[in-house]
Design a protein around this ligand. Sequence first.
Ligand code: ADP
Length: 260
Amino acid sequence: MTGTGVGRVILDVADASAGYDETLVLRNVDFHVHEDQFTGIVGPSGAGKTTLLRLLLGVVEPRTGSVTREPDLRVAYVPQLETVNWDFPITVDECVLMARTEQRKLPWASPSEKKKVADVLERLGIAELAHRHIRALSGGQQQRMFIARALLREPNLLLLDEPTSGVDVNTRHDMLHLLSDLHDDGISIVLTTHDLNGMAAHLPHLMCVNGTVVAEGTPAEVITSDVLEHTFGARLEVLQHLGMPIVIDDYAGRPTTVVS
Ligand code: ADP
């Protein structure tokens, strides 16, 4: 698995700033998304990670600088589960079907659209949940349903906001495998995470963000005490185990003692 981006540039963020109303959240951001990208954006809460995804998606416009997309780029977005209204009275297949993009002559789904939904649910291993109410899904299943919605758009760039937030260790493991398979199938992936050990350390490429890009590189290059201090404003001890960095006092915990 590569992911550090050696293929064609499909989306280019050049010296961009972005924000809301009077407030700038991101400054001087350069980010070249390649066709084989697999990047995790890490940083503290409020650092601008979601805003950066929105900038890539095009729902937030750059205030300065530029965001340039390949003309035929198809970007899909998987939101944080916490932002979803799970009481909406629909089933899994209905929810996925709502993401269809075909030109519709009829208000109801065509046989080919239904087949696409069935295929994508099968691909994500949730075909048997097609007629279940969306509220009656586990966190991992909810996440898969949203990835199914995203895949229905046949994206070449998939953006995910905290895809493993609030899920157990096995579900997180499954999610990593699923994303890795999608990447192997040729989909570029950019996700946000604040889970340094469980998620970020397993990805091929990371970008540390705190209002701007603090550092980027492989986990071995950026999960270091110095870079984490610049990113999170707290000094965190990092050990090496079987060639992987492990943050001793993870961001979810308390920032602690200085280790030199
Ligand atoms: P992160 O994903 O790293 O937690 P966000 O990009 O969500 O950070 O938010 C960065 C800053 O922008 C925060 O201070 C947040 O309150 C603010 N913000 C996010 N979304 C909006 C919005 N829609 N309107 C106004 N401010 C926002």
